[in-house]
Design a protein around this ligand. Structure first.
Ligand SMILES: Cc1ncc(COP(=O)(O)O)c(C=O)c1O
Length: 404
């Protein structure tokens, strides 16, 4: 039988046999990729509509990024921050300029950037704001997703992410996302920061009501509280702007960045802020062996240069409208809600029809890879190099899945 000759089933079995089951991947085994397309071990091709949770905004193996990585591999890969390397200053200067901030602090994963933001905000609270020792508090939103460390899951409202990982880190207050009055009421003299995703990706691309982010900005300024925007998934071109906050002309005090910053090649994250905030850190108080390593810096510098042209943001905004039109055309034909910003869409399928997981499995059978979030919601986040025809193709496949 043809099935017996396929390499996928045994590769899926082996992957499950030798790993902790902390993920539930689709049963597809990828072996190569280029641009917006993936190829599996059985030579089947798939349109990538997840883009590594937005880590692949520039597509798979973008030639400029790959060239930079290859050249750097032949020169220098790691020094640690004990020494300065020759790629470090360019990266920090250019990323700070892209963010409109004085300084950046490079780390590796998104969760580390979030941890860094939390530590900086607490230290700023004690040293600059004058909060009493051990009393600093940070306000977060329900439905948040900021990563997987013990501190971060302490303020998650997703039981799967949080349960049985206690004891939990204190110092966080959860308020409803999008409710400015609740946020304002939660602020007291010990509040050092508000930490928010400008759009909640994992929650299903949930947009806050218009005016919420500017309101948060105003309240934070009035009450001497730092506004930390987690743009790890929403940032770097995904929504049609460099930062999702820009849609409402909001400038946070700290940007948390990750995912696409590493060009889909290396994990690179960073915190960007002005000197009066990031300047609270002194030697020995924070760091990471791999943070800001030469390979990461050259790739991320090229990422910043790609973004500095504005081409990817424009593309994302324009093609996002096409994606929106296509998806909205499926409302009432199996979809009950659609939320789109740039090339980022949360799609709610009628739960009576199928779960998000079932939809993603059927899309996979039709050569489109996407990921469910909760229940019957799936998220579409293709690489920003996707073409108009490819968007139409993805929407057509979704229509066929919904039509059964
Ligand atoms: C908004 C947001 N913050 C933080 C993270 C954590 O990033 P990482 O998985 O690189 O630690 C994610 C990952 O999905 C995210 O979406």
């Amino acid at each position: 039988m043809i099935e017996d000759m396929l390499r996928t089933p045994s590769a899926v079995r082996d992957a499950e046999r030798y790993t902790a089951h902390n993920y539930h991947p689709l049963p597809v085994v990828i072996s190569s990729a280029e641009g917006a397309w993936l190829t599996d071990v059985d030579s089947r091709r798939y349109l990538d509509c997840l883009a590594g949770y937005s880590a692949l905004n520039f597509g798979h193996r973008h030639p400029t990024l790959i060239r930079a990585a290859h050249e750097q591999l032949d020169r220098l890969t790691l020094t640690s921050r004990a020494f300065i390397h020759d790629q470090f200053a360019d990266f920090c200067r250019e990323l700070a300029a892209l963010c409109g901030k004085d300084l950046v602090l490079p780390m590796n994963t998104g969760a580390e950037a979030v941890e860094t933001g939390i530590k900086v905000a607490r230290k700023w609270g004690y040293q600059v704001k004058g909060v009493a020792p051990g009393q600093a508090n940070i306000i977060v939103a329900d439905g948040n997703f900021h990563g997987r460390t013990t501190t971060i899951v302490s303020f998650s409202t997703d039981e799967d992410a949080r349960a049985d990982f206690g004891p939990y880190t204190p110092g966080f207050t959860v308020v409803p996302y999008g409710d400015l009055a609740a946020l304002e009421a939660a602020i007291d003299g010990n509040t050092v920061a508000v930490l928010l995703e400008p759009i909640q990706g994992e929650q299903g691309v949930v947009l806050p009501p218009a005016g919420y982010l500017p309101g948060v900005r105003r309240v934070c300024t009035d009450r001497n509280v730092l506004f930390i925007a987690d743009e790890i998934q929403s940032g770097l071109g995904r929504t049609g702007r460099t930062f999702a906050c820009e849609h409402e002309d909001v400038v946070p005090d700290l940007y948390l960045l990750g995912k696409a910053l590493g060009g889909g090649i290396v994990p690179v994250s960073a915190v960007a802020a002005n000197a009066d905030v990031l300047g609270v850190l002194q030697p020995g108080q924070h760091g990471s062996t791999f943070g800001g390593n030469p390979l990461a810096c050259v790739v991320a510098t090229e990422v910043v240069r790609l973004l500095a042209t504005g081409d990817f943001q424009r593309r994302s905004a324009e093609l996002g409208e096409r994606l929106r039109a296509g998806l909205e055309g499926l409302l009432g034909k199996g979809l009950v809600a659609v939320r789109v910003r740039g090339l980022w869409a949360g799609v709610d399928i009628d739960p009576a029809l199928m779960t998000g997981r079932q939809a993603c499995e059927r899309l996979m059978d039709r050569g489109v890879l996407a990921k469910d979030t909760h229940g019957s919601t799936i998220r579409l986040a293709p690489p920003l190099v996707i073409t108009a025809d490819e968007i139409d193709h993805a929407v057509a496949q979704l229509a066929a899945v919904l039509a059964g």
